[in-house]
Design a protein. Sequence first.
Length: 253
Amino acid sequence: MRLAARRACLHRKPYTLAVDEFEHIGILASEEEINAHMHCAKSFINESKVPWTAFGTYEMTDFLEINDQLSQRDKIIHFPRYRLEADEDVAEFKRVLEQLLRRMPLQRTPQLNNKLFELCYVGSIGKIGTLINWLINAYDLCLSEEAKTLSCTHLEETIKPEFELEKMLVEAENGETKLMRSEDKRKAFRIRLGFEKGTGVPPTQSNSSTLPPTSEPSATPASDPKKKTGSNRRKSRVGKRLPKRDSVGEKPA
């Protein structure tokens, strides 16, 4: 099957090989098995000369952390959810929602208002794919009741439970945080590389004199009566010679 697929790609020469739900290759697979899958995909791409376009959730980013060679050859195209903080995201979400409501074959098209928008955004956490599946379930309920239009009641009865929405939001936030670019991340990375110095470095012995004095007395060798006798020289270990300069060359006869 691998040979047949490789020959088909060589003869047909497609622009790309699209693989949907790519994250499923990691189901019930250990880290070694996922790494083997990634090497297999890289080998197939090299033999067929056809790049892959993998579609999936944020779980695919875990594969890149396992295989460094694949992460050097990839190009991530991030499709984030619509966020309330961005005005253009809110306007686009409303536009898509209004188009979906108009395409429902009902006697009366639902009117988009603030209450309907807020309900649809909360139930989909700003994800269009989740919104479409939810609207289909609400539309089926509307048809079963022979209602003339889709109402907020239909949406509230078919909305996902709070624990599912909470899990979806946590996964989305974790994925967005991993892929989001920020100056703080870049600065922390430059500090690790050694280009910049970080703040909050503990003081060294050179600047220890600037520390505020403490009320507790310090235990110095002079204050210890047991160490007053004898010299302050450090005693060498038994069997270890003292450091000295050795003569070089041949000794004269």
